[in-house]
Write a protein that binds this ligand. Structure first.
Ligand SMILES: Nc1ncnc2c1ncn2[C@@H]1O[C@H](COP(=O)(O)OP(=O)(O)OP(=O)(O)O)[C@@H](O)[C@H]1O
Length: 548
């Protein structure tokens, strides 16, 4: 709003001169002085006209108390829910509990610098985060501050960290697979683009390794990844980042980090900020994979904040809306319709269980929110069956429909065969006598287990996986001694690399696996496994000599 410009001295004087009649002549100022005044007033008018005036209100409240990660504020009657508030020293907080004259604020910075009596300013906006291509390859905190020492982020767009999930009508079916490069997952618990698959297990069972493997396997696939480390030890984050960097996966990945020693408010907002970063790419029509490592820490941070804010505790002292904070996060993962760009956001949340109790509060919540789970068993881990995926307790509810046709043919009855084997194996421990059929089931099962083992960070390509699964299904490994399995598997991979490109393309794109392709692959595998056969026939000896 501009004020009415006041009359200048020059105007008043000339008006006065005009008003005065010829009879009463007033003595005017000396000509030189008038010129000075005229010039000075003209300059002032120019400055005034070139300046715009905007009126703004400035609401300032006062800190009444500060505790771990929380401040109580009074004197901001118009503050909005989840509005960002500014404290001295550029510390920000989110208005979380709003009573008539008491506001509970979740702090996002060094709260130990604050004290009662400090001023608090409203910002009129909610928390947002920088998004865009410039974030790829960067390591940032949930507020978009760079942690990798490579300067400020290059981004001219920001998105609020809390956004509504995609509407039902804008969603498409999960129809394309997301290859993790892990044989046991791609074959038996397939994940589709746009799916939410939970990874859960006790501590140190290889949960992070599975998620990182899924990221590493996207190299050269035009898929963007976001790895969100929530409340983790700095050494664990450094290890994960080193794995991504060493395997050239950082270039297509954004790493969002909060460490365990940071304010719980930061851990609380981390997954929402990471999801907004991922959504930017999804809405641009790209396929995105996001890993939340892990949501147990997120739930704990939220419980800590809620208890400090004196919200009523419920089961396991978690607040009543603990289900909602995770469901509204994971609902944002989806596959968009073609009209909305066709992008997808696949979520791999991780949860830590205690003493293998998957029926605890947070694990059951997450199991019911997601479209399946990969359960990692500490028993298998101890036995050296890595990745320690417990196939019986793992499931993928929508990925099967997105799985490639060749997998369905090659791994069709693998799960059943493995389940039968596991059941029989328990009885064999009691020293039961075995008939030939049972012995065969056991031998076959042991070969399946050996083939599904895989070292961390060594993804296997689709043609190599399908070749292996076809050979397993055909029982080509059953006669091989178990100790020769790793070498035989490597020979099979080498042979798979020589398969004609047309066959490999059909593995990926064809609607089914033709008998001719299947036979062609099995012939190659038989040749490759010949040197490992224990049968001392002439052909095997000749092949062995040829190989050496
Ligand atoms: N397939 C594998 N082959 C060999 N080692 C593995 C495999 N998977 C995981 N490991 C090893 O197991 C250890 C634990 O793995 P990881 O850190 O992924 O487990 P976690 O369950 O995420 O642990 P935490 O509970 O600390 O988050 C690591 O040393 C990792 O290298």
């Amino acid at each position: 709003m501009k004020d009415e410009p006041p009359k200048t001295g020059t105007q008043s004087e000339s008006d006065a001169v005009k008003a005065s009649g010829p009879g009463d002549v007033m003595p005017g100022p000396p000509a030189s002085l008038e010129a000075v005044f005229t010039e000075a007033f003209a300059d002032l008018r120019e400055v005034r006209e070139s300046t715009t005036y905007a009126l703004s209100t400035h609401e300032v409240g006062i800190v009444t108390s500060v505790s771990t990660g929380i401040a109580r504020v009074a004197g901001l009657p118009n503050v909005g829910f989840e509005e960002l508030l500014r404290f001295p020293g550029e510390i920000y907080g989110i208005a979380f509990n709003i009573d008539e004259d008491d506001i509970g604020v979740v702090l996002l910075g060094n709260y130990w610098q604050l004290q009662a009596g400090d001023d608090v300013e409203r910002t009129g906006r909610v928390v947002d985060v920088a998004v865009g291509e410039g974030l790829l390859g960067r390591i940032i905190d949930p507020l978009g501050r760079a942690l990798d020492g490579q300067g400020a982020l290059v981004s001219d767009e920001r998105l609020p960290i809390e956004r509504p999930a995609t509407a039902i009508m804008d969603r498409a079916r999960v129809s394309e697979p997301l290859q993790t490069g892990l044989k046991v997952i791609d074959a038996l618990i397939p994940i589709g683009r746009g799916q939410r698959e939970l990874i859960l297990g006790d501590r140190q069972t290889g949960k992070t390794a599975i998620a990182l493997d899924a990221i590493l396997n996207q190299r050269g696939q035009d898929l963007v990844c976001v790895y969100c480390a929530i409340g983790q030890r700095a050494s664990a984050v450094a290890k994960a980042v080193a794995v991504l960097r060493d395997n050239e996966a950082l270039a297509y990945t954004v790493v969002v980090v909060t460490e365990g020693n940071q304010p719980p408010g930061l851990s609380y907002i981390a997954p929402y900020a990471a999801t907004s970063i991922a959504e930017y790419f999804m809405e641009a029509g790209r396929d995105v994979l996001i890993v939340y490592d892990d949501l147990t820490q997120h739930a704990r941070a939220y419980r800590e904040l809620s208890l400090l804010l004196r919200r009523p505790p419920g089961r396991e002292a978690f607040p009543g809306d603990i289900f909602y904070i995770h469901s509204r996060l994971l609902e944002r993962a989806t596959h968009l319709r073609e009209e909305r760009g066709g992008g997808s956001l696949t979520a791999l949340p991780i949860i830590e269980t205690e003493a293998q109790n998957i029926a605890a509060y947070i694990p059951t919540n997450l199991i019911s929110i997601t479209d399946g789970q990969i359960y990692l068993s500490p028993t298998l881990f101890e036995l050296g069956v890595l990745p320690a995926v417990d196939i019986g307790q793992s499931v993928s509810r929508v990925g099967g429909k997105a799985q490639r046709a060749a997998y369905r043919v090659a791994a069709g009855d693998l799960k059943l065969a493995y389940a039968q084997f596991e059941e029989l194996e328990t009885f064999v421990r009691f020293g039961a006598r075995l008939d030939e059929a049972t012995r065969q089931v056991l031998e076959h099962g042991r070969r399946i287990r050996a083939c599904l083992k895989q070292p961390a960070f060594a993804p296997v390509s689709v043609p190599a996986q399908i070749t292996l699964l076809l050979a397993l299904g055909e029982g080509l490994f059953d006669s091989l001694p178990l100790e020769k399995m790793p070498a035989a598997e490597q020979a099979l991979y080498d042979a798979a690399a020589t398969l004609p490109e047309t066959i490999c393309e059909r593995f990926i794109s064809a609607n089914t696996l033709s008998d001719e392709d299947r036979q062609a692959v099995l012939d190659v595998v038989r040749q490759a496994l010949l040197p490992f056969q224990p049968v001392a026939d002439d052909a095997a000896i000749a092949a062995k000599e040829g190989a050496s």
